[in-house]
Ligand binder design. Structure first.
Ligand code: AKG
Length: 283
């Protein structure tokens, strides 16, 4: 799926934006299901539904109402939608991930992060690996753009090349914030690249890459379907922040029954058990 040039861009920069990561039909099916959930949210004053750990499947933002729905998160959407399952398990996106960390690839978790027009949600700068530590760091967060992502509607922002640096602490003054320090954030903002794209594009991101995103400043929605995959030989060493019955499902290649542990020298920030940056950061 990916050219040698795209693969070396990813290796050097820690991210890669590619168009047409799902077919037109797959994209339409995702958009239809998401629109149905937004309509459904009008009938709820708070989060609803349940995932396997008893948390809400659908979360709404402060200020959500029937008139101004503010659905902001769906946990494990692939469990309740064939469209989301297919895009996760069998799309060009899945093949691209296999090109980068395969041939043997398994699912870790999925979620939708939505910023409807006017949504205040921002994601503070962080790296994903501390939330999903594994025995090696062959993990990719694939952020599929279900809507067009522009500079105004709260795009993903990344610090290119930061995946080759250290893992930064998410604890400050003895408190877990789910975000890196103010100093690292300032440096990240000075170095940021903005990941925009047409609907159906994907941003493939290395698990160690520093990233964040600002609120939606536009009247256009910004919906991302986020799938986290790992190499089959990477074993999780902490509980998943977004548990799914499909964690560990092989989506490309096969399981050879091997575990690869890399003797990396990285101070792992100590996380509260099952911590999710979203729970910690959500205002
Ligand atoms: O929704 C966003 O803008 C960012 C998502 C993100 O940071 C993540 O999934 O790790």
């Amino acid at each position: 799926m990916l050219t040698a040039e795209q693969i070396s861009f990813f290796q050097e920069n820690g991210y890669l934006v590619v168009k047409d990561a799902v077919s037109a039909d797959q994209l339409q099916a995702l958009r239809d299901d998401f629109a149905t959930w937004v309509e459904e949210s009008r009938g709820h004053s708070d989060g609803w539904g349940e995932t396997i750990n008893g948390k809400n499947r659908f979360d709404v933002e402060k200020g959500h109402s029937a008139e101004t729905p503010a659905l902001r998160r769906i946990n494990a959407p692939h469990e309740v939608s064939d469209a989301f399952f297919n895009a996760m398990a069998d799309s060009a996106m899945t093949d691209m991930v296999a090109d980068l960390i395969g041939p043997d690839v398994k699912l870790h978790h999925t979620k939708v992060n939505s910023k409807l027009p006017g949504a205040a949600t921002a994601v503070k700068w962080h790296q994903d690996f501390p939330f999903t530590p594994h025995t090696n760091d062959d993990l990719i967060t694939a952020l599929l753009m279900v809507d067009e992502v522009t500079e105004e509607n709260g795009p993903l922002e990344v610090w290119a090349g930061s995946h080759t640096g250290e893992i930064h602490s998410l604890w400050h003054d003895d408190e877990f914030t789910g975000a890196v320090s103010a100093e690292i954030t300032e440096e990240a903002l000075r170095n940021r690249q903005i990941c925009t794209g047409t609907p159906g594009s994907v941003c493939l991101m290395h698990t160690r890459l520093l990233h964040g995103s600002a609120p939606n400043q536009s009247d256009m929605p910004r919906t991302l379907f986020i799938c986290v995959y790992s190499a089959v030989d990477a074993m999780p060493i902490s509980p998943s922040p977004v548990p799914t019955r499909d964690q560990g499902r092989i989506v490309r290649g096969e399981d050879h029954g091997r575990v690869r542990a890399v003797g990396y020298d990285m101070p792992m920030p100590e996380l509260p058990k099952g911590a999710s940056f979203f729970d910690q950061q959500a205002g």
